[in-house]
Design a protein around this ligand. Structure first.
Ligand code: SF4
Length: 324
């Protein structure tokens, strides 16, 4: 295939965001015939879409060619437009409070299916004269359990002929898959890394995140330290705040202690309730108290994330599990 035709195809895919090979009308017939014969375009038709009441979040349930469905979310917070995309159908990690974890694992997504979610959001934004700038791999699935496809997708998303996203505008969130974190460090991947901590003791963490039995807290923190030493990068530590479970002043001091000396930011996220887990989100005053301890006693920067989109089940997996 000539360079001219290749460049035109990339433009159709990532600039015009066409949804089918048939829409690539300016290509010669022989090129179109070859594309139809040798490739597939992951169109991901919309099975369902919903808006949150506050208008900041739009959630899509997208269909895959094998009839499985995944979730993709378009978020508009504080002037930033972000796509939250999935890396797997379901998830094997089984975090007790997570709707996707409650579904179990079905399969990995291909790199094409991961990229197609970002292209879907870009298509929506393009129609509104906007452009996608941020992607978070925080949808359904554990990205480091599907390492090769996820990193191939990242390469396409950051390619100047692709969506041309800055790697620093892509955040990969892991529950703590130690081999994947170390591999990211060795390969010097430049996407931002977020690690879901949720508890600062091995027993507390294993009760919320079964994957902690395979990769215990001390191994995880050693991997995080290695990652930051090799890459020089800060890690974002995610902490789902569950009332009475992990939101006490002692919990705040415990997390402050294990992050001492590490380049870190803590993102505190009040729980998104799911039908499969009995637990309530921490109240705002307790979240602020937690945050104040991290700031005053440990000088660790932190945010308390707003619980937007609760009315459209915006926590990962919540739409897929409620719509069968
Ligand atoms: S929180 Fe993430 S890693 Fe845990 S079960 Fe849900 S999707 Fe999987």
């Amino acid at each position: 295939m000539s360079q001219v035709h290749t460049a035109r195809i990339w433009r159709y895919l990532y600039w015009e965001c066409v949804a089918s090979i048939e829409a690539m009308g300016q290509l010669p017939v022989k090129v179109l015939t070859r594309l139809r014969a040798e490739t597939t375009l992951d169109e991901l038709p919309i099975a369902l879409e919903t808006d949150s009441n506050d208008g900041f979040t739009r959630k899509y349930l997208l269909s895959l060619s094998d009839a499985n469905r995944i979730e993709t979310v378009l978020m508009r917070f504080t002037g930033r437009v972000t796509a939250c995309i999935s890396s797997q159908v379901g998830c094997a990690m089984g975090c007790v409070f997570c709707a996707t974890g409650q579904m179990g694992y079905t399969r990995h997504l291909t790199a094409g299916e991961i990229v197609a979610q970002a292209v879907h959001v870009q298509r929506v934004l393009r129609a509104q004269g906007q452009r996608l700038r941020n992607v978070v791999l925080m949808g359904m699935g554990e990205p480091l359990h599907n390492y090769d496809a996820v990193m191939k997708a990242v390469d396409i998303l950051t390619d100047g002929n692709g969506l041309s996203l800055g790697a620093e505008h892509i955040t990969l969130s892991t529950v703590g898959v130690v081999p994947g974190i170390l591999r990211m460090a060795q390969e010097k991947k430049s996407v931002r890394l977020a690690v879901s901590l949720h508890a600062a003791t091995q027993a507390g963490r294993a009760a919320l995140v079964p994957a902690a039995r395979k990769w215990p807290l001390d191994e995880l923190m050693a991997a995080c330290r290695t990652y930051s030493e090799i890459t020089g990068r800060r890690i974002f530590y995610e902490w789902t705040l569950i009332e009475g479970k992990n939101d006490t002043e002692q919990d705040a001091r415990d997390v402050g202690n294990i992050l001492r000396g590490l380049p870190a930011q803590v993102n505190l996220i009040p729980l998104n309730p799911t039908t499969g887990y009995v637990g309530a989100p921490t109240r705002n005053d307790a979240a602020r108290r937690f945050q104040k301890i991290l700031t005053d006693e440990f000088s660790i920067p932190s945010t308390v994330r707003q619980r937007r989109g609760i009315d459209i089940a915006a926590g990962c997996g919540q739409l897929a599990i409620t719509v069968k």
